[in-house]
Design a protein around this ligand. Structure first.
Ligand SMILES: [Zn+2]
Ligand SMILES: [Zn+2]
Length: 328
């Protein structure tokens, strides 16, 4: 014996959202295209999407999404009528996103993508789901959470340039506004097969859901039926908590604070050349004889905040109204 065991290559069934042409977005690809991507490769775009959502919706509107889609409202089992059930779940998501006059017409067909929605003038929107969902009804809520968010963003006239970034915006918005836990829960690995929905990695979904949980004081951890989704949520939460522990926030760790003190001293002594230290989220700005200021991303909405360098202080993010304890 010895050497690596020769086994069959794991079959990866991966459902990946993919844009299509000509006003039709949100198609998905059912493909055997290698292992599920993990980690945080799209974090910059995800954070930009959260900021864009706050800017477009305002704090007051984001605040109205304090309750996530409850698991019972989108539950769907194989004994439910397929079409009636899909319409009912679509109706719940339309209600959740507050699209009062939108009517979703859901149909199923054989297709390469897993789902797509036609973004027309409304009020009727046609959503097509892959025939695969006829026998995977538990994932219909996830597919619709993404497609109905396309309708929501279309009506807000909020988009990112490029199909990939726009899909990341769609997944991020769905997760931040309380329906994206369904998308993460559709991530499953059993034996040699795995399935994932959406453009975000499982950990990135976990990150956005965790940021939402921290903002609203919500605990979604018991909703996950997939153990792999729960694990990704835990990893995402750890990453989200790190956002709250960056200098000049007082919650920053010892090493970060020490580095910050050194960067600040350099900025004070050497001026411009040292104002934007590399590898850290903060930077210093000084204009002429004005006192030194530090700018850093808000840990909640990632809008940049600028405050004077003057020691312990409390700042409030103008965009998401989070109160931040700082030591600048
Ligand atoms: Zn999409
Ligand atoms: Zn903020």
């Amino acid at each position: 014996m010895g050497g690596p065991a020769a086994g069959p290559k794991p079959a990866v069934l991966r459902i990946k959202w993919e844009g299509a042409l000509g006003g039709v977005f949100g198609g998905t690809d059912v493909a055997d295209d290698g292992p599920v991507e993990h980690g945080f490769p799209h974090l910059d775009t995800v954070r930009a999407a959260i900021t864009a959502l706050y800017k477009r919706l305002s704090y007051d509107t984001v605040r109205t999404f304090s309750t996530s889609v409850p698991p019972a409202d989108v539950a769907f089992c194989d004994t439910d009528d397929l079409h009636l059930g899909a319409q009912r779940v679509a109706g719940e998501l339309v209600r959740h996103y507050r699209l009062p006059d939108a009517r979703l017409i859901v149909s199923f067909r054989e297709m390469k993508h897993a789902a797509n929605v036609e973004l027309a003038a409304g009020p009727e929107y046609f959503v097509e789901l892959n025939d695969r969902f006829r026998t995977h009804r538990e994932d219909i809520g996830a597919a619709l959470a993404h497609e109905v968010m396309h309708v929501y963003l279309h009506r807000l006239d909020l988009s990112f340039p490029g199909v990939r970034d726009n899909e990341i915006l769609t997944d991020t918005a769905a997760a931040y506004l309380g329906a994206g836990w369904l998308l993460l829960d559709a991530f499953r690995e059993h034996g040699s097969a795995s399935q994932k929905l959406g453009y975000l990695t499982p950990e990135e979904f976990g990150y956005v859901i965790a940021k939402r949980a921290l903002f609203f004081g919500e605990d979604p951890s018991t909703w996950f039926t997939s153990p792999q989704a729960y694990e990704a949520y835990v990893k995402g939460m750890a990453r989200a908590r790190r956002d709250e522990q960056q200098p000049p926030l007082t919650a920053a760790g010892w090493a970060g604070r020490r580095r910050y003190a050194r960067d600040r001293r350099h900025a004070q002594e050497h001026g411009r050349a040292q104002l934007a230290p590399s590898g850290v989220p903060y930077s210093f700005t000084a204009a002429g004889h004005e006192p030194l200021r530090v700018s850093f991303p808000c840990p909640t909405c990632h809008q940049r905040i600028r405050v004077p360098v003057r020691g312990r202080m409390r700042a409030r993010c103008a965009l998401c109204r989070t109160v931040l304890e700082c030591d600048t």
